[in-house]
Design a protein around this ligand. Structure first.
Ligand code: PHE
Length: 455
């Protein structure tokens, strides 16, 4: 049937598997680590509102577009453009995505390594935290080390590589389907605990009462970057996963479910963390370590505290794993489908490249602490470049491709499954957004946020 592509393609087997894999990609450190600390650094509820706006107007339509592009082409991120627009430079969008996915994985596995380390230490009784100061010390001694964080980072990579090697169904789908439900149940338990802390009300106020005085052009760009990062869009992840989604699934429906559930998880993570920030006198703007300061304190004075602490970080490891799987799948699928490496070799190459680049992020807590480019250390640089530059730029081209190049017939067919779903009014709104609103909004936010244009 598929003459020009002899590689047999696997896809997700069930509707539940589609949701588990795509939601498993979206839900991750972005919800539990990044969303809370960015909200803390950028003024709380006002930032959340910006982030929600960016999610609805930009993140969601781009996720739908990526699904459409991937499923239509039956190819991963780079090949999809090659197939749908042969002899045109659109495939560069896919290539940029592969680079961005590698860059994200580099610092992501650093943080995931910290999370795995905390899970292990708590489970073996190795985290003695009884004051805010000791919470900081424990974190600094891990993140400021050399071999310890590196080894944890490599463990996360090997684990992710193993799942990827097990394939789309046996690896990605099976793993995420098992893990996601556990995550939801545990988060609810943690919210209950955090909300009963003395001082919880202040945390709630911070999360839900907007103060717009903290908003600048850069904040808007950061909120947009978070929306991309959260929904795993702009780097080809959802294009690649889209190519594994069966013809009977509703693509807009899947995207909507993923978006709502993902926001829910972020808010639940915020509810678990901010009451503790205020109860124990941490600064909301503590930055990336925020999660690692607050959560140990929440459980410190509690019966079975170490146990719950271990479970919390295991839960976070689980969330990170679904996202890492989807990130690693982007370069692996590219090397496999386009450059014809076996999946095994493609995985090994990708893991090694990420380990090398990722080490520079991890060492920015120690040996490379003084090494900066554009005023940022390697960790911050990789994060900033991917979330706030490459993902938005990828988003512009994905939206333009869907809005102007694919043609309304293809969009209609994919969004309605050949006219069997009635999504007509939705389609009109979607088309308007990907043609005009999303590209213009991203360009404007990028230009102001990067300081290229001043207000
Ligand atoms: N969405 C993931 C998270 O929030 C991160 C991610 C970004 C995953 C891009 C895939 C692609 O943790």
């Amino acid at each position: 049937m598929n003459k020009e592509n002899p590689i047999k393609r696997e896809g997700f087997a069930t509707s539940l598997g589609v949701i588990a894999a795509t939601l498993g990609s979206a839900v991750g450190l972005g919800n539990i680590w990044k969303f809370p600390y960015m909200t803390g650094e950028n003024g709380g509820a006002a930032f959340i509102l910006l982030y929600l706006g960016a999610t609805l107007l930009v993140g969601l339509p781009i996720m739908i577009s990526e699904f459409i592009i991937g499923r239509r082409a039956q190819k991963a991120a780079v090949g999809a453009y090659r197939k749908l627009a042969p002899d045109k430079p659109w495939f560069l969008t896919g290539l940029a995505g592969v680079l961005a996915a590698i860059l994200i994985m580099s610092f992501y596995t650093n943080v995931a390594g910290w999370v795995f380390a905390y899970a292990f230490k708590a489970a073996t009784g190795g985290i003695a935290i009884n004051s805010p100061e000791s919470a900081k010390e424990v974190f600094d001694s891990l993140a400021g080390g050399v071999w310890e964080p590196l080894v944890w980072q490599w463990i996360t990579l090997v684990l992710t590589g193993t799942v990827i090697l097990a394939g789309v169904r046996g690896g990605i789908e099976r793993m995420t389907k098992t893990l996601l439900p556990i995550l939801f149940v545990l988060l609810i338990a943690y919210d209950i605990r955090a909300l009963t802390l003395p001082g919880a009300a202040q945390g709630l106020e911070f999360l839900f009462k907007p103060d717009f005085s903290k908003i600048t052009e850069l904040t808007v760009l950061l909120a947009l970057g978070l929306a991309f990062f959260k929904l795993s869009v702009g780097v080809g992840t959802m294009t690649t996963y889209g190519s594994y989604i069966g013809q009977g699934e509703s693509l807009p429906g899947t995207a909507l479910k993923v978006m709502f559930s993902d926001i829910l998880v972020s808010i639940m993570a915020g509810l678990a963390i901010f009451p503790a920030v205020f109860a124990f006198g941490f600064a909301p703007e503590s930055g990336p370590p925020l999660l690692f300061f607050t959560i140990p304190m929440v459980f410190n004075a509690m019966p079975l505290g170490q146990f719950f602490l271990a479970v919390f970080f295991i839960l976070t490891s689980i969330a990170a794993t679904g996202a890492m799987i989807s990130l690693l799948e982007v370069p692996v699928a590219y090397l496999h489908e386009e450059l014809r490496f076996s999946r095994r070799i493609a995985t090994i190459i990708s893991v090694l490249v990420i380990a090398a680049l990722g080490s520079t992020a991890t060492l920015s807590g120690s040996a490379l602490a003084e090494f900066t480019i554009l005023g940022r250390n390697m960790f911050d640089l990789q994060d900033f470049l991917s979330s706030n530059v490459l993902m938005p730029i990828g988003g512009i081209f994905i939206a333009l491709f869907a809005g102007w190049k694919l043609g309304s017939r293809v969009i209609f067919d994919e969004a309605t499954n050949q006219g069997t779903l009635n999504n007509n009014s939705f389609l009109a709104v979607y088309t308007f957004i990907v043609r005009y609103v999303a590209p213009v909004a991203i360009v404007v936010v990028l230009l102001y946020g990067l300081g290229i244009i001043k207000a």
